[in-house]
Every structure is written in structure tokens, then in C-alpha cells.
Design a protein around this ligand. Structure first.
Ligand SMILES: [Zn+2]
Ligand SMILES: [Zn+2]
Length: 176
């Protein structure tokens, strides 16, 4: 399917809106429709080149939305679930997750490369493979992300407020 997204092609240049192609979700992955996203200074750092990332990259790491499709083996969420995205995934089984330190989960090692586990790039476009910031890329209409990046929230929780818990609130409060 197609999605419009805000992309950093080259640092120091304006962010570009591009039409990109999204692959279907594979093992452990989900298709999400992003309903809300927040702009954080880390996005600006990547655009300016202060924070080095693999390019091209779809920006955005604070996001919330609704699950549209799930790949094989997905157990954490189902179609129709409202979710807030976590800018660092949590696998639940690495030594850090097992210690209650999900904020430094091993899966988060590639958040600035922007691919999913197995160097998998579900987003492609005119410049080839596109990474997604923090394995999310929330400045896009849709995304294919890992289930370990999703936190299900109650349906009656307003997503325009819940989205702020995706980065701003924990960053300000302090990750432990
Ligand atoms: Zn942030
Ligand atoms: Zn982990």
C-alpha cells in the first residue's frame, strides 16, 4: 500500500513529503494507521544532522494510532486496538527487559538505523529502502512496525492526549 510520509533525505535540507510503499506486516509485525504524532527535538536533531541516523529516514517517534492488520505470530495487539507507540521497543525477554529495564531493551539497538529485526525495511520508495525513526516513523499516514513497539490503551482514552506518553512524558519525567 501507499503512504505519505515526512522524510529526511539529506541533513541540513528541508524535510520532504514523499509517497512511499509499505510492505504487508510479516512475523511479529503490525500495520498501524497513525492518527496522531508529536514533534520532538530529536526529530529536528536528525534533520539537522546533530544525531546521526541512517538516511533516508521517515521521521517521527512519538505516535498513536489504530491497528489495521497483524502479521503471523502477533499476540500483543489485534485489529482495531488503539495503541501508543514506544520509541524503544521492549521484547520482554532480553536481560534488560527481564530486569525491568525495558527502556534499554536489546531490540532498541537499531532505532537510528530504522529497520525492523533482521534488517527488514518495510518501507521503500524512490531512494530504495527507507528507515523509520525509532523503528516507528510516525510522520506517516501508515506504518509497519513491530508488535514490541506497541502499547495497547483503552478505546475511550483520547489518542491526541495519550500520544504524548510516547516520548514527551517519559523523557521529561526520566527514563529509568
Ligand atoms: Zn522524542
Ligand atoms: Zn528486551
Amino acid at each position: 500500500m501507499k503512504t505519505q510520509a515526512a522524510v529526511v533525505v539529506e541533513t541540513g535540507k528541508p524535510i520532504e513529503i514523499q509517497e512511499l510503499t509499505l510492505d504487508k506486516p510479516r512475523e511479529g509485525e503490525v500495520l498501524i494507521q497513525y492518527t496522531h504524532a508529536g514533534l520532538c527535538h530529536s526529530d529536528v536533531h536528525i534533520a539537522h544532522g546533530d544525531l546521526e541516523a541512517r538516511l533516508p529516514m521517515v521521521l517521527g517517534h512519538e505516535g498513536a494510532g489504530i491497528i489495521q492488520e497483524v502479521g503471523p505470530g502477533v499476540t500483543r495487539v489485534k485489529v482495531g486496538d488503539h495503541v501508543v507507540c514506544s520509541f524503544i521497543p521492549n521484547c520482554g525477554s532480553c536481560r534488560y527487559c527481564a530486569n525491568g529495564q525495558q527502556s534499554i531493551c536489546d531490540m532498541g539497538a537499531t532505532i537510528l538505523e530504522g529497520y525492523l529485526p533482521g534488517e527488514r525495511f518495510p518501507i521503500t520508495g524512490p531512494l530504495g529502502d527507507y528507515g523509520a525513526m525509532c523503528m516507528l516513523g510516525t510522520f506517516s499516514q501508515y506504518g509497519v512496525i513491530h508488535q514490541n513497539s506497541c502499547v495497547k490503551v483503552d478505546d475511550d482514552l483520547p489518542l491526541e492526549k495519550a500520544v504524548l506518553v510516547g516520548c514527551g512524558v517519559p523523557t521529561g519525567w526520566g527514563l529509568r
